[in-house]
Design a protein around this ligand. Structure first.
Ligand code: CA
Length: 225
């Protein structure tokens, strides 16, 4: 979990950073709005972005608007300006939560926990494969126009979730059988092959020359994102 913190009060930033790191998060830190703005032009690839509102050069509200043009990453505002209208401004700019200063450290960590879990859950509900989106809640595969293409089975979804979790790694047949079929069932390796062939038919533009679902001879399979 990678959190980006934009805060110009050095001692407060250090305190937040230290505590987030103690909770196991990786923290990227920017001490002013301009630095953050430039960094967000390149990437907003974080699990959460914490923005102070009053920042030198570019304020937190503007940064949030910038982020929202490219990303749905959760944004938590921190601000000494804790009036209702300030909160509304923050939320209107696309912020997910707003914590007035001074705040209780435990409350900050709780809110960070909620926001990063929401992000994780949403990320896991939908898995993108090429031009398709697999919804692991509804078992539906849709194309980029959001029209339903096909419904998958519970086991197919479990297999895709495992592939996604281990994307770009070779997964042994035995691990797939163990995790997707369970120990008390005895499918053959051929069973997995049939699932893979079916996935290729659905997701690959050229099933004979797969881009996503690869067989690794003698070992298992690899899903490439
Ligand atoms: Ca500030």
């Amino acid at each position: 979990m990678n959190i980006c913190l934009v805060e110009d009060e050095n001692s407060l930033a250090e305190m937040i950073r230290l505590n987030l790191e103690l909770e196991g998060y990786d923290v990227t830190y920017f001490g002013n709005g301009l630095e953050a703005k430039r960094a967000f032009e390149i990437s907003t690839n974080y699990d959460l972005i914490i923005l102070d509102v009053m920042l030198p050069h570019v304020n937190g509200i503007e940064l949030c608007r910038q982020i929202r043009t490219v990303s749905n990453v959760p944004v938590l505002f921190l601000s000494a300006k804790g009036t209702t209208s300030d909160r509304i401004d923050g939320l209107k700019a696309g912020g997910n939560d707003y914590l007035p200063k001074p705040f209780d450290l435990e409350e900050l960590l709780l809110r960070v926990g909620v926001l990063t879990n929401v992000a994780k859950r949403e990320e896991h509900d939908v898995i993108e494969i090429g031009d398709f989106r697999v919804n692991c809640k509804t078992f539906e595969v849709t194309n980029m126009n959001d029209s339903a293409v096909i419904n998958l089975s519970k086991r197919e979804i479990a297999l895709i979730e495992l592939f996604d979790e281990k994307a770009n790694e070779v997964i042994a047949r035995s691990e797939i059988l163990d995790k997707v079929w369970g120990k008390d069932q005895f499918p053959t390796s051929r069973t997995i092959d049939n699932y893979i062939l079916n996935f290729r038919k659905i997701f690959e533009s050229d099933p004979r020359n797969p881009q996503f679902f690869h067989s690794i001879r003698g070992v298992g399979y690899k899903f490439t994102k």
